[in-house]
Design a protein around this ligand. Structure first.
Ligand code: PLP
Length: 430
């Protein structure tokens, strides 16, 4: 496969953009020497500037649940565009969008639109702190909630109390109130709460983490977390930026039967345009400005193009619930195909799946938390990625991400993927 034009453009891009890309994972740094540069996309496929065609399992990291250029979405975009691009004063479509989200998600009685998932989680935390008048926050190792300072934290040296920033430029002082616990380990949460009695404002969690690869929650973990937070007067914030409207219309909350106090959305709710939202119980959201004292604002928040695209997406998903079983059927087909390939070749790598979210780890045994994920052989994933790319299949360019299936991917394309998976495994283990 010739990628000369992409390679040349990467060299040029590096002169103007840090690392040549506008989001680090796009540099393909952990899997290849250079990324592909896209010319256009359509349906299930992305086309690069060298004219190569790739079956796309990134789906723009989740938003494109109907694939690229879905005709209904393009029509919605065009008719919205004709009404103007942005207004800076309230518009009817913002109210329709808020109502759609509130009706979809019982725990969300009021919602504020923002422009990204990062803004959503950052604002949700500020609101939780303002409402509870407490500062401390618990997050889970391996869960990603965007790049705001207080969330860029990892636990250090296996202890609960000592943390380190995961980025330069994040002052120790800013993360001193962030406590990192272990996903699927309720005892680690109990212990953190006991050590910080009555000081914790909120616990934020990806109910089904997708940012360390897909890690299924153990039975009861989320329920125990809900009970514990209620008992201790701590707000539970579900980060549904990936899972919201993807694993079910009502996200993790619906699938696992837990009602958070606050929720964050992004990705799908913008239909491919930049968007985020945070919401929660009315009593909590009433502390947000201009009603209350928690300040949060945005020049382009509630942008009409994003609202029209998001609302259309949510309406289609609500009116066609079979989309969820169809998406899950696609993920199950991949899961079964991959597992059969592994067993045919005598390999024991772990495949994880929750509804339509699926990951394959080059690691053996149970994957329940960040420590387990770290067992993965990332070099092997790189070899695997490059083999698949040369076969015209674009996978997430990092081991610790899930695949995003969309409705445009057909059975034949899934079968092709499974066939290439087997060839790739063979090639890697020769
Ligand atoms: N929360 C989760 C669970 C995410 O997966 C992401 C991004 O991937 C974010 C928050 C941040 O969203 P954004 O990239 O739109 O800022």
């Amino acid at each position: 496969m010739n990628r000369d034009k992409s390679n040349a453009l990467y060299e040029k891009a590096k002169n103007y953009i840090p690392g040549g890309v506008n989001s680090p994972v796009r540099a393909f740094g952990s899997v290849d020497k250079a990324p592909i540069f896209v010319d256009r996309a359509d349906g299930a496929y992305i086309y690069d500037i060298d004219g190569n065609k790739y079956l796309d399992y990134i789906s723009s990291w989740g938003p494109l649940i109907f694939g690229h250029n879905d005709p209904e979405m393009i029509e919605t975009f065009k008719s919205s565009l004709e009404k103007g691009i942005t207004y800076g004063v309230p518009s009817y479509i913002e109210v329709d969008m808020a109502q759609e989200i509130v009706k979809a998600y019982p725990a969300c009685e009021m919602v504020r639109m923002v422009n990204s998932g990062t803004e959503a989680t950052m604002s949700a935390i500020r609101t939780a702190r303002g409402y509870t008048r407490k500062d401390k926050l618990i997050k889970f190792e391996g869960c990603y909630h965007g790049h705001s300072d207080c969330l860029l934290v990892k636990s250090g040296s296996g202890t609960l109390t000592f943390n380190a920033p995961t980025s330069l430029g994040v002052p120790e002082d800013v993360i001193k109130d962030t406590i990192v616990c272990t996903f699927n380990d309720i005892e680690s949460v109990k212990s953190a709460i006991n050590q910080n009695k009555d000081q914790i404002a909120a616990i934020i969690i990806e109910g089904v983490p997708g940012n360390m690869g897909v890690v299924p929650p153990c039975p009861d973990f989320l329920k125990q977390l809900r009970k514990l937070t209620k008992d201790e007067g701590i707000l539970l914030i579900l980060d549904e930026v990936i899972t919201g409207f993807r694993i079910a219309y009502g996200g993790v909350s619906e699938v696992y039967g837990i009602e958070p106090d606050m929720v964050c959305f992004g990705k799908i709710i913008g239909g491919g345009l930049p968007v985020g939202a945070y919401g929660g119980k009315r009593e909590i959201m009433q502390v947000v400005s201009p009603l209350g004292g928690v300040y949060q604002a945005g020049t382009l928040s509630g942008n009409p193009l994003a609202m029209h695209m998001g609302l259309k997406t949510l309406q289609r998903l609500r009116e066609n619930p079979s989309i969820y079983s169809d998406l899950e059927a696609k993920a199950i087909k991949l899961e079964q195909g991959f597992k059969k390939n592994l067993s045919d070749l005598g390999l024991n790598y772990t495949i994880t799946r929750v509804k339509s979210m699926i990951s394959f780890f080059f690691a053996e045994g149970e994957i329940a938390n960040y420590q387990d994920v770290q067992k993965s052989d990332t070099d092997k994933y790189g070899e695997f990625f490059r083999f698949m790319l040369n076969k015209g299949i674009l996978l997430p360019p990092a081991q610790f991400e899930g695949l995003f299936v969309n409705t445009a991917i057909t059975d034949e394309e899934l079968e092709y993927t499974i066939m290439c998976h087997k060839e790739a495994l063979r090639a890697i283990h020769n």
